[in-house]
Design a protein around this ligand. Structure first.
Ligand code: PLP
Length: 452
């Protein structure tokens, strides 16, 4: 047996992959063995452009020398020691760096290992904050419909993507869901009207229920897993103002949008937002190692500070929190942001990509192209005029993405939204190649189905 087939067999026998129907995996298995720059290589030696940044993580490409070296250097000192009641140098240095690059009010860093954990921590901190200051009736959370904040039980309780979350309803705590100001599918086509309507809904809820609401959680400027939906300008600013007005904490989830993805270091910078809590993960280590953090301000921090016997302590923590190798990778990542002017480059590249993507608009079944920085979704529809979707079971997004794989590019769709999230350091040439592959794959796939 060929060695590659052997690995594929073993993977089918023993693995259960996240967010994966294993029947699909059996039909189209994929084992990655190497990466270099924006390319990934599979066990058969086929090369692919990493069109989804290995699930929205990668920044500078794979095997980036500076990050590789930072990890090996740290490896020679120590790989891990605990953050429970102690700290280490890389975690301390990284905390200082994070405070310096996030909104000015955020002064405290609470580490964890994944975006979902960062969200759980934000929720628990917000909940306990009100308790610690004696406002015990403030217990509820508000989220946007179609919002996504990770897969743990707390995170799905403030999530609202039906296909992921409905089955777990009996497990979840209740949260209020306000409509998301969706610009593509809306009675109005005017973003200003859509924004105003969205804010009105929030104000209505806040004015009735603010005494029982602990916090509002929202993704920064664009919903990711909910389908790459960009918020109308001024909406997030409006949310911030309403939270202040009604004494409700604002949690901005920057797990997907942080670290340059939207053309700013953090998406809150687009509207000069100062959240009470901010969650960061994905791009933090350049896509190398699992580090996440929940950032907050002195007001929250102080509400937990006191004598042990006052029972204000935040009793939460994970084994690998503050891991030295991860923090060393994150520090090297942040240095590269400066040295290689990543933010400026993302701004230029996203402009270029927006122009190039216009050619996809000409395709009969491309309904909408949504983009903020290098965070892009291309929605496929059966009827462009009426925006009628393809039947759910046709799996057009999935099929288009499989075709892309055949043509040498990897991604993962969100329903019928084709996801384009290239590594931020992709060259113009590489971006061009990826766009050409997506165009070809979408054309072939949608035309084939419609012809049937
Ligand atoms: C991916 C994501 C999460 C979850 O992060 P994990 O590291 O996968 O747990 C949370 N929030 C948002 C907005 C995300 O995109």
């Amino acid at each position: 047996m060929k060695e590659s087939n052997n690995w594929i067999e073993k993977s089918k026998q023993h693995l259960w992959l996240p967010f994966t129907q294993m029947k699909d995996y059996e039909e189209d298995p994929l084992i990655i063995t190497e990466g270099e720059g924006v390319y990934l290589t599979d066990v058969n030696g086929k090369r692919y452009l990493d069109g989804y940044s290995s699930l929205w993580l990668n920044v500078h490409g794979h095997r980036k020398r500076e990050i590789d070296e930072a990890i090996t250097k740290q490896l020679k000192k120590i790989s891990h020691s605990t953050l429970l009641g102690a700290t280490n140098i890389p975690a301390t240095e990284l905390a200082e760096r994070l405070v310096s690059i996030t909104p000015a009010n955020l002064t405290r860093v609470f580490y964890s290992d994944s975006g979902a954990e960062a969200v759980e921590i934000a929720l628990k901190l917000a909940f306990q904050y009100w308790r610690n200051i004696g406002k015990t009736q403030k217990q509820k959370f508000v989220t946007t419909k179609n919002g996504y904040h990770g897969d743990t039980v707390g995170a799905i309780s403030v999530g609202a993507v039906d296909i992921f979350h409905t089955v777990y309803h009996p497990l979840m705590f209740d949260s209020y869901k306000v409509p998301f100001p969706n610009v593509y599918r809306n009675e109005s086509s005017d973003p200003e009207t859509i924004k105003a309507e969205g804010l009105r809904e929030i104000e209505k809820l806040f004015s009735e229920k603010h005494e029982e609401i602990a916090a509002f959680i929202i993704e920064g400027m664009i919903q990711g897993a909910g389908g790459m939906n960009v918020m109308p300008n001024g909406y997030l600013k409006g949310v911030e103002e309403l939270c202040k007005q009604y004494n409700i904490l604002l949690i901005v989830d920057e797990v997907a949008t942080g670290f340059g993805r939207t053309g700013k270091m953090f998406s809150v910078e687009h509207e000069n937002i100062q959240p009470d809590l901010m969650t960061i993960a994905k791009g933090i280590t350049g896509g190398y190692l699992p580090i996440a953090a929940t950032m907050t301000n002195e007001k929250l921090y102080e509400a937990f500070y006191g004598d042990y016997t006052e029972l204000k302590t935040f009793f939460h923590g994970h084994s690998y929190t503050g891991n030295q190798l991860g923090c060393a990778a994150a520090l090297a990542n942040l240095e590269l942001f400066e040295k290689e002017e990543i933010i400026l480059n993302v701004q230029m590249k996203s402009k270029y990509v927006a122009e190039q993507l216009q050619t996809l608009n000409a395709l009969e079944h491309v309904g909408d192209i949504r983009q903020l920085g290098l965070m892009i979704g291309i929605e496929l529809v059966k009827n462009k005029e009426t925006k009628e979707p393809f039947p759910w079971g046709d799996r057009m997004g999935y099929k288009a993405t499989l075709k892309m794989r055949e043509l040498g590019m990897l991604s993962r769709p969100l329903g019928d939204v084709v996801v384009f999230m290239p590594p931020l350091a992709s060259s113009f040439e590489e971006l061009n190649q990826m766009i050409a592959i997506m165009k070809q794959a979408i054309k072939v796939t949608t035309e084939a189905v419609v012809a049937q």
